[in-house]
Design a binder for this molecule. Structure first.
Ligand code: T46
Length: 130
């Protein structure tokens, strides 16, 4: 478990004439996944996210297209990550404010450390900063 976001580089098996496979084994991840969901067809002028989680940790992967992810920690540390390859994931720790913007063809897979609970969300930025 890290307290800052970082990129995870998955291995990629294959070659250009037959295609590739990337594998996320639980032993190589920072947490044991409990849920996987994906978002897609987000219009390019829409930004999603605008929340943090009290406890949830996640890995975001652009399995198609491009995602610009802005992260902000409570100490003010802001970073921008470009996800544009299915070989790379972004680890998002708990208590991390995030905003995502997508190319229209983007499919964002989210590997999550826990089941869905609305009470784990902080959707108010001022509440997040407290
Ligand atoms: C996150 C980013 C990366 C459910 O009912 N179950 C679920 O497991 C999820 C993830 C969402 N929902 C419902 C809750 C909302 O009514 O789906 C709707 C959209 O969720 P949200 O507004 O949180 O969507 P995003 O794209 O802003 O955020 C999602 C994840 O919810 C969030 O955990 O970090 O992707």
């Amino acid at each position: 478990m890290s307290s800052t976001p970082y990129l995870i580089h998955f291995n990629s098996i294959g070659k250009s004439d037959i295609g590739y496979i990337s594998i996320a084994e639980k032993e190589t991840l920072p947490f044991v996944p409990q849920r996987i969901y994906w978002t897609y067809y987000t219009p390019e002028d829409v930004k999603r996210g605008f929340h943090s989680h009290y406890n949830l940790e996640q890995i975001l992967v652009a399995v198609a297209g491009k995602i610009i992810v802005t992260t902000e920690m409570k100490n003010g540390n802001k970073q921008e990550f470009i996800l544009d390859t299915p070989k790379t994931g972004l680890y998002v720790p708990k208590m991390c404010w995030r905003i995502m913007q997508y190319s229209h063809n983007a499919v964002q897979m989210c590997i999550a450390s826990d089941t869905y609970t609305e009470t784990d969300y902080i959707r108010d930025y001022n509440e997040f900063l407290k």
